[in-house]
Ligand binder design. Structure first.
Ligand SMILES: NC(=O)c1ccc[n+]([C@@H]2O[C@H](COP(=O)([O-])OP(=O)(O)OC[C@H]3O[C@@H](n4cnc5c(N)ncnc54)[C@H](OP(=O)(O)O)[C@@H]3O)[C@@H](O)[C@H]2O)c1
Length: 330
């Protein structure tokens, strides 16, 4: 089979595209003929040698996938040959990744793709969708009628947070780095979109939510807590899920006097049951059209290295040339 893989961690040019032996589904694995995959920033950190855990060699890159089951291991119970599936959490914790024509995936990380939903759509919502759900409902317990501010509302995670918060009946404020991206946030359902490059965000939030926001979702890697806490309502919550190196100053006084709380997590540590509960809602929203991925670019799988470069330029160097997800097709 054709696959995108590395033999050595390092820059994007280390990604090779070529033939690897097709995997055999063992135990509870099913063999998926991959229709689409998508890129996440963590793919680039791992490829670059972040060294969170030992990697198989060669290591097939990528977490997300969607496709069709073509074979099943002897102990599988959930899926049959011909079923359409999507999933994430591959290429993590020492598992092989998804950027290949075929992937052997433990069925605990796979979910049925709703009828009428394309593989590109399902793959683009996978890791970011589960992340958004875990944070909004598992951690921060967003409630109908609350106000949320999504910092980075047109990005991979942010664009899904905007849509899920809206689907849950919240009032949604979002920031983005251009007027076009603000318009995209509004299309996704944001009630208010603020261009953080041209507008004073604190003033704009004050004008839109006089008592402050109930939930602040940070997608950037360097949160400014002085600013964030100043924008929170009484008992406001903050969700943090990025910035392993960040060591910002924290305004303890204003934070605890307002009765605020802080919620951090990584999606890949959530159990299969926790992730499946997210996938059930994601499937419901995909089927109803309430959740649509913000697909910014589509590449052939052979151009995985270029896709990584583009993701990295945006997540790390903030080039602003991406508005959402990168999808690749074998
Ligand atoms: N904990 C977890 O489980 C988990 C899961 C997924 C992702 N992550 C992490 O979350 C981060 C975001 O992931 P992603 O896939 O959404 O990446 P992404 O698609 O690259 O999005 C990054 C976002 O940051 C915004 N941004 C950059 N500078 C900003 C600023 N000064 N103010 C406001 N917004 C700003 C960008 O907006 P503009 O383009 O409009 O400037 C863009 O929307 C990454 O660091 C990733 O590693 C963590």
């Amino acid at each position: 089979m054709k696959a995108a893989f590395i033999r050595q961690t390092g820059p994007a040019r280390n990604i090779e595209y070529g033939e690897l032996p097709a995997p055999e589904p063992r135990g509870m694995e099913v063999l998926v003929k991959v229709g689409a995959v998508s890129v996440n920033p963590i793919d680039t950190y791992i490829r670059n040698g972040a060294n969170y855990w030992p990697l198989p060699s060669p290591f097939i890159i990528g977490c997300d996938l969607a496709g069709t089951v073509v074979a099943t291991g002897p102990d599988t119970r959930r899926f049959r040959v011909g079923d359409r599936v999507w999933g994430s959490n591959q290429g993590l914790m020492g598992r092989q990744g998804s950027f290949a024509e075929l992937a052997a995936v433990d069925e605990c990380w796979l979910y049925p793709t709703p009828e009428g939903v394309a593989d590109e759509t399902a793959a683009a919502c996978a890791l970011v969708g589960i992340t958004a759900h875990l944070g909004l409902f598992g951690r921060a317990a967003l409630r109908t009628g609350e106000t949320i501010l999504v910092n980075g509302g047109s990005g991979g995670v942010g664009s899904v947070v905007v849509q899920m918060a809206k689907a849950a009946g919240a009032r949604v404020l979002a920031t983005a780095g251009s007027d076009e991206k603000c318009a995209a946030c509004r299309t996704l359902g944001a009630d208010v979109a603020i261009n953080y490059k041209t507008v004073d965000v604190v003033e704009a939030v004050k004008a839109a939510a006089a008592n402050g926001v109930d939930l602040f979702w940070e997608t950037t890697r360097e949160p400014n807590f002085e600013v964030i806490v100043s924008m929170l309502a009484e008992r406001g919550r903050i969700v943090l899920m990025a910035g392993r190196e960040a060591r910002p100053v924290f305004p303890v006084g204003p934070f605890y006097v307002k009765g605020c709380s802080l919620h951090g997590f990584v999606m890949f540590k959530a159990s299969p049951d926790e992730q499946r509960a997210c996938a059930d809602d994601i499937n419901r929203w995909l089927a109803s059209g309430q959740l649509k991925p913000n697909i910014s670019r589509v590449f052939p799988l052979a151009e995985a290295a270029a896709a990584h470069e583009l993701q990295e330029a945006n997540t790390l160097q903030r080039s602003g040339t991406l508005a959402g997800k990168i999808v690749l097709k074998p």
